[in-house]
Design a protein around this ligand. Structure first.
Ligand code: ZN
Ligand code: ZN
Length: 356
């Protein structure tokens, strides 16, 4: 059953994510991509980021509220989803969160290994936010501490996480799986439950299926991820007071996070003051993803503080195009402010040599 559609939003847009597994061949995939790119942009006015591959679809999007039912209908009438209509995951805060629609052929989750539909068929148990919370509560009351794994990357759990969660300090899904396997192997009781959660549920669907296919029977994942849990606690009568999740949920759109509870778990990367506002350096070729408080944003002109970035943040678009600059950081470093900031809160590529 679908939840009722949120009626009023700030600017007339819903923000939704969903995923679905299916089996297509290499000719069908680009066809579906082209069809979605064409029809969702033209008829449904969708903006967002959609990934399609032979195993399924992963979508994060904003859509005008009066088109949401049409999107549902579109999914229901397309054969490829037959029997497995994806469940919409509603954001907590609704507004237009993307500039345009990008539909790309790309693995749903960069797992680093090819996955078969057979592996994906070992579905983990999906717990609703309610069931998830009551299982974790009752374990707490019995004095148990079940294995609870945060399946997200390090920058994501800096600003929010479930109480008692293990958060492996990793950058990729492949590293995450290696860490999870080690934790699972070390436990004496192989049948004890493994609880796992991620942003919207897709990473856990895949990770849970891999673990189950490797013989771990009791794998439980949070259906709809932190997005669904956050919505659940924000909308219930008791509110967020008894939320097991604290802080913000990192999101992959221009908001870079939505509030679950008001607690601030992180610190500004530049001055160390309490802050949980992620930003990208205003110099596009730097693009460092880091936490910056409003004071530091003013002081460093919304940049990481490097003189080149400050200089480029003042340039016009034309000047920037004329003075093309090579990318400063690799992907891994772009999301690792702990490695690139000096004590003065200024990022410097030359610091890397010492910290590597
Ligand atoms: Zn600061
Ligand atoms: Zn920068």
């Amino acid at each position: 059953m679908d939840q009722p559609y949120p009626a009023t939003t700030e600017d007339g847009y819903h923000t939704i994510s969903f995923y679905s597994f299916f089996a297509l061949d290499e000719i069908q995939v680009p066809r579906l991509r082209d069809k979605i790119q064409r029809e969702w942009a033209r008829d449904l006015k969708v903006v967002g980021r959609i990934y399609i591959c032979e195993q399924g679809i992963n979508a994060q999007l904003s859509i005008p509220t009066d088109k949401t039912r049409d999107l549902r209908l579109w999914l229901e009438t397309h054969q490829v989803f037959s029997g497995r209509i994806p469940k919409f995951n509603w954001a907590i805060e609704h507004r237009r969160s993307f500039k345009a629609l990008h539909v790309r052929v790309r693995p749903l989750v960069a797992t680093g290994v090819p996955l078969s539909l057979e592996t994906l068929s070992h579905e983990p148990e999906y717990l609703s936010p309610d069931a998830w919370e009551s299982e974790l509560h009752s374990a707490q009351e019995k004095g148990e501490s079940p294995l609870l794994i945060d399946m997200r990357n390090n920058y994501e759990f800096r600003i929010g996480k479930f109480q008692g969660a293990v958060c492996p300090d990793v950058d990729t899904f492949r590293e995450e799986m290696a860490a999870v396997r080690t934790m699972c192997k070390e436990r004496e009781d192989k049948q004890a439950p493994i609880y796992m959660y991620c942003t919207g549920g897709i990473r856990c669907s895949i990770a849970g299926a891999i673990l189950k296919s490797e013989g771990y029977e009791n794998v439980k994942t949070l259906q709809g991820g932190v997005v669904a849990y956050g919505k659940h606690v924000r909308e219930r009568p008791g509110g967020t007071a008894s939320s097991l999740y604290r802080g913000k949920n990192f999101t992959f759109d221009k908001r870079l996070g939505e509030e679950v509870t008001t607690e601030v778990l992180a610190k500004c990367d530049q001055c160390g003051g309490p802050c949980d506002l992620f930003t990208n350096c205003a110099n596009r070729s730097c693009n460092l993803l880091f936490i910056q408080c409003p004071k530091c944003a003013e002081k460093h002109h919304k940049t990481c503080g490097h003189e080149t970035c400050i200089e480029r943040s003042q340039m016009s678009h034309e000047e920037l195009i004329k003075n093309r600059m090579p990318t400063v950081w690799s992907y891994h470093l772009r999301v690792r402010p702990d490695k690139v900031f000096g004590k003065d809160g200024i990022a410097r590529p030359e610091l890397l040599a010492n910290k590597a």
